[in-house]
Design a protein around this ligand. Structure first.
Ligand SMILES: N[C@@H](CCC(=O)N[C@@H](CS)C(=O)NCC(=O)O)C(=O)O
Length: 208
């Protein structure tokens, strides 16, 4: 059965294409362009799901939203490939990062995006939000000091989930070579053949 990914260009739904490439699954991409001024998704996406956000995935007769939940479903469906490590510590970290990426890390990044759009009006809020993001980046840098991947020694869907917040941090959150473990990890992610194949499938993506 065909898997259909409703994908907004330049967005976090890129991660779903990446996972499907890693899994070697066939899939169809419907790409939506952002409004050139507002950068919002087009109205057609609301016909797919009332929230009008991406990703939306049609699979096995279901229509799924929410990147982490979609990843979880696709991993389980594939017999656990790129899923939880077998050891308990690894399993806990896997689940933690699968949820943390959108639940905790994206909110300050979204705030920074809005602050940037507000120009002078947003300026007073910037240092506070930047400090919040720095706390995340400092912690993640130490997490990757002793481990190659977020869950442990093996590459998992938790790494794919963490890619977008860390790419966005590099684009607008001050992440740079002063945090070498994160930068090393990002370079390794970007070098994966499936990551590169997903870029071709997904069209414009400013964060790679
Ligand atoms: N937590 C959700 C966030 C979904 C979301 O906000 N997607 C953005 C893409 S970066 C979107 O569709 N934005 C379109 C808009 O705001 O109009 C998920 O991970 O799926």
């Amino acid at each position: 059965m065909t898997i259909t990914v409703h994908h907004l260009e330049n967005s976090r739904s890129q991660r779903i294409l990446w996972l499907l490439e890693e899994l070697g699954e066939g899939y169809e991409v419907r790409t939506y362009k952002r409004h050139p001024k507002t950068m919002r998704a087009p109205r057609e996406l609301r016909a797919v799901h009332p929230l009008g956000r991406s990703p939306v995935v049609e699979v096995d007769g279901h229509r799924l939203i929410e990147t982490g939940a979609i990843m979880d479903y696709l991993v389980v469906r594939a017999g656990g490939r790129f899923g939880s490590p077998a050891d308990m510590d690894g399993a806990i970290r896997y689940r933690q990062f699968l949820h943390y990426a959108e639940g905790s890390m994206m909110p300050p990044l979204l705030a920074l995006l809005i602050i940037g759009k507000l120009g002078l009006l947003g300026r007073p809020a910037r240092p506070t939000v930047q400090r919040m993001l720095n706390d995340h980046l400092d912690w993640l840098e130490t997490e990757l000091a002793g481990r190659r991947y977020f869950a442990g020694d093996i590459f998992t869907a938790a790494d794919m989930m963490m890619s977008f917040p860390l790419e966005a941090s590099r684009a607008r959150g001050g992440l740079n070579e002063s945090r070498p473990n994160i930068i090393r990890w990002l370079a390794e992610m970007h070098a994966r053949p499936a990551y590169q194949a997903a870029l071709i499938a997904g069209g414009p993506y400013a964060y790679a």
